[in-house]
Design a protein around this ligand. Sequence first.
Ligand SMILES: Nc1ncnc2[nH]cnc12
Ligand SMILES: [Zn+2]
Length: 342
Amino acid sequence: MQTVEAFIRGLPKADLHMHIEGSIEPQLMLDLAHRHGMRLRWDTAEALRSAYAFPNLKSFLDLYFEGCKVLQTEQDFYDVTRAYLRRAHADGVVRAEMFIGPQSFTERGVPMESLMGGVLQAMDDARRDQGTSSGLMISVHRHRTEADAMAVLDQIMPWAGRIIGIGMGGAEVGNPPSNFAGFFQAARDRGFRITVHAGEEGPASYVREALELLRVDRIDHGNACLDDLDLVRELAARRTPLTVCPLSNLRLQVVTDLAQHPLKAMMAHGLHVTVNSDDPPYFDGYVTENLVACQSALDLSVPEIVRLVRNGLEAAWVTREERQILLTRLDDYLAGRTEAQA
Ligand SMILES: Nc1ncnc2[nH]cnc12
Ligand SMILES: [Zn+2]
């Protein structure tokens, strides 16, 4: 008899919301620091991991931005991206959509060429060596200015053909999406899809602004939308995907207990909910661990788990043909399981 965890790990899944700079495993963080002759505040992977206790988003972001300092060269960006894609493949991820926020690096003089070169090479190698499909999203920081974001948009244009979308993260409260209306209009004018972190710590009105003012294609997190039932109906009618990250929400105290997580309520409202990892080592879980933890805390049924995984594949920013291939892989996996049980 297969365990729920093995069943979930084997499901062909998407991870549509993760941050490359948030995926540095502690040992890699130490190795990269050593590569550059830097001394971290922690000497061992265990000591570093034990620092991953956060009262809120701000305290996490402080450590996350500190961790960004070890990423300096093209090789570093290659190594962290390749390591995540290897780990995700072992986790059953067949499609990964990854954010990187260039401002953390370019402000310290890291050339955009190093960042893009390393990340794109790792994506190409993961496709060739393990068949993982991946897409790159450029994320801007909402706690910086709209003019700073505009500069990023100009800097990335040489790689526009390799970028599937533009996002926004960082400290949410006090930095509403409306501050970036001009930026996202410019991104859409240049042909990019857009997705914005909203309703993680911020209110439902931020989700509404993202939807109505920025006209996003997806919402990252979106938890707070449940406070506005008109908005929920609008999101459901438009089938706007929400890339929910349950273990992130738990570790950042957005929810105090996974049993209180709104995931199931979101599904009951007909929202297009997907489950994703966000910053896996910091929150102690890749996509499989997120689904396993939700299954047990929220008593999710097998059809509910399959629905979440199917939602993720459907919400991926791929061609119609590739989406069909991904969904067929899921159907084949499920058919194989049924046969094995018969
Ligand atoms: N959970 C999160 N919220 C906002 N910005 C982020 N950047 C990385 N993870 C994030
Ligand atoms: Zn995120």
